[in-house]
Design a protein around this ligand. Structure first.
Ligand code: FES
Ligand SMILES: [Fe+2]
Length: 368
């Protein structure tokens, strides 16, 4: 009797424009997306513009101290309201000066009093859901979305344990890496370490102990855990006495496209995947330090990561995308070890489950 094996997804999930567009609505339009850091809106009136799914939005702290986010679109005839970042007591549209409070309420529309039947108090900017998560501002375009604690149970608490000064962190380094592949190829690659020993010699010998590596679903998070190499073999100095997790490495991938990674020394960095098209994705890499000051360790580690793991992964994912485009591609079995561990792809199976759940599909009838 043959056992039903979990298989990789058919190629169309990585190459078909129609599936990609469905994903943008059903996955990215309904999940938590990285917007920025709460330090960028420290005072009432502080704002910054950001984009999600190619949409311009802005985040602002209102007069009551509430952090909010809105589509960057005027309720009159659609002009964008804000650019870049700064501080404003109110939001005035540059086109015809419709004026909104920081809470999104329309206050004034020039000459609108000449029209009967128009009441400014009934007009508000289109708001999106906001959460401040360990100091990071996340948004969800779905106003009915469940909280991040429901989506990613326990993660905020774990991040605070791994990075005791997380509230004082600010961005110190920023890189963009463009990959010629579907966003899922890149996220799946990030979410298994079956390829690590062969492809990431620095990471596998200078940071983690691959034989202890594991990745487990935790709600809609994939939590990576591992033991690290001993201090002498670490590629930078770590003060192991500083706190309980000073010598630890861990990663939390928040489905679908944000990952927080902590290197020994409580060094936090983030990956944010921004799909640019069915076969294009941008990874934004951010490294954080207390106050946002750069230092030699973070400079070296960020550069080492770029030159080794990141560069190695770009080659892998672009090759996979070429393979997925081939008429010779047939989905092979995922290697699922019942004992999990570094050479198991149960984490990729979990990603596929979340994708199909969002698309309202199941695994039946998925050959080729
Ligand atoms: S489009 Fe904004 S005031 Fe006219
Ligand atoms: Fe990798």
């Amino acid at each position: 009797m043959s056992v039903e094996l979990a298989r990789a997804l058919p190629g169309r999930y990585y190459t078909d424009e129609a599936i990609y567009r469905r994903e943008m609505d059903a996955v990215f339009g309904r999940t938590w997306q990285y917007a920025g850091h709460v330090g960028e809106v420290a005072e009432p009136g502080d704002y910054f513009v950001f984009s999600v799914l190619g949409e311009s939005l802005f985040c602002v702290r209102d007069g009551d101290g509430v952090v909010r986010a809105f589509y960057n679109v005027c309720r009159h005839r659609g002009h964008e309201l804000l650019e870049g970042r700064g501080n404003r007591p109110r939001i005035v549209c540059p086109y015809h000066a419709w004026t909104y409070g920081l809470d999104g309420q329309l206050q004034r529309a020039p000459n609108s009093q000449s029209m009967s039947g128009f009441d400014v108090s009934c007009v508000r900017l289109q708001e999106v859901k906001v959460e401040v998560f360990c100091g990071f501002v996340f948004v969800n375009l779905d106003m009915q979305a469940e909280s991040m604690e429901k989506w990613y149970p326990g993660v905020a608490e774990e991040l605070r344990e791994f990075v005791p000064d997380i509230d004082d962190l600010r961005e110190a380094k920023y890189f963009e890496i463009d990959e010629r592949c579907n966003w899922k190829v890149s996220v799946e690659n990030h979410s298994e370490c079956y390829h690590c020993r062969l492809n990431h010699p620095t990471f596998s010998t200078g940071v983690v102990k691959p034989e202890t590596y594991n990745i487990r679903p935790q709600g809609h998070c994939l939590r990576h855990t591992t033991e690290c190499v001993n201090l002498e073999r670490m590629t930078y100095p770590v003060d192991l006495q500083a706190n309980v997790h000073a010598g630890d490495y861990s990663t939390w991938l928040l489905w679908p496209g944000v990952s927080f990674q902590v290197y020994p020394g409580n060094l936090l960095n983030a990956y944010v995947w921004q799909p640019l098209g069915v076969d294009r994705v941008r990874i934004v890499r951010r490294w954080y330090t207390v106050g946002g000051e750069s230092n030699e360790v973070i400079d070296r580690l960020a550069q080492q990561d770029l030159d080794t793991t990141v560069a190695e992964d770009v080659r892998l994912v672009e090759s996979v995308q070429r393979g997925l485009n081939s008429r010779g591609y047939v989905p092979g079995p995922l290697v699922i070890d019942p004992n999990e561990g570094v050479n198991s792809e149960h984490s990729v199976e979990a990603l596929h489950g979340w994708l199909l759940e969002a698309l309202g599909e199941d695994r039946q009838g998925m050959d080729g």
